[in-house]
Design a protein around this ligand. Sequence first.
Ligand SMILES: *Cc1c(COP(=O)(O)O)cnc(C)c1O
Length: 379
Amino acid sequence: MSERIYLASPHMSEQGYEQQYVKEAFETNWVAPLGPNVTNFEQELADYVGVQWASALSSGTAAIHLGLKALGVKKGDVVFCSTLTFSASCNPILYLGATPVFIDSDAKTWNMCPKALKLAFEESEKNNQLPKAVVVVNLYGQSADLDPILELCQKYGVPILEDAAESLGATYKGRMSGTIGDIGIYSFNGNKIITTSGGGMLVSNNEAYTKKATFWATQSRENERHYEHQELGYNYRMSNVVAGIGRGQLKVLNDRIQKKKEIYEIYQESFKDIEEIEMMNICDFGKSNYWLSVMTLKEDSKVKPLDIMLALEQENIESRPVWKPMHLQPVFKQYPFFTASKETPVSEDFFYRGVCLPSDTKMTKEQQQKIISRIKELF
Ligand SMILES: *Cc1c(COP(=O)(O)O)cnc(C)c1O
């Protein structure tokens, strides 16, 4: 069997930057959930995206949890969230005892549909329960069309948590993804564009939010000689070893984006003559980081997503369906869902017709050609 080709796997720098920072952590015995790598990783990431404050945490999910808590989400509150996403975007809503309300996607951006959001706001205004926050996800590396979303949220006075777990380094109208909402979060899980093996970051231009997140993440320890706790705490801080990996990875983030873009463009060029295949639309309001190259098959295509996934699996090549929308998940299906579509909701349509293609930055041109040939053979 030939070597497995992955959707997206960890890709450490050829220069060994990560090991250098990790080595420093060992040599100085900063093998702890604090230390210079944590402080520097926060500063370096904040500088990269152009935001004032950052808090390094144990995961993107932890960042969403503390981000929503910082925005005041409590038991009994309502939080709006994009439906087409990974469950980590909305699990924390339930950790806090709040109710998620799912919002459909827009067909152009794949992300939160402003029209569906408007419907949800109007309904919640009628019911006298406006949401405490809106979680806007930037899917597969592309920003949501944030201006109309911001306008609606400002009208109703509701803050935005930008889930930029998949879109670090992408932009929207010249601004970095994750820095446009009141709070932004990134993930450094193993499959993300850069990884620390596992980790996350909460960013904001409001220092109160990141300070609170760091405080809660370190068990809400008050500044006393003894252990004093006035609030419930969490053990959510990033370790200094892990942060060293992050500092090294940050140095190659632009290279990774460049490579991901090339991968997308090769697929796009190779499939342009196959009428049944459409690559995910990339909007001109910003730059994607092309985290995953995603295709959809036209509804009347004889070749179905499963045919492609099975054909690739036979060659030891990983591919996957598009995220199954949250409003279709058994664990969340009791919660409200809003769509502006008269027919099949956009998110469901993408789930039924989509395939995430291998987008691993370690993939060679030859490996990508093999994937393309195998898919073309099916048509
Ligand atoms: C990966 C991911 C997360 C969660 O990040 P973790 O670091 O794995 O906890 C949240 N939201 C989205 C959209 C993701 O893709």
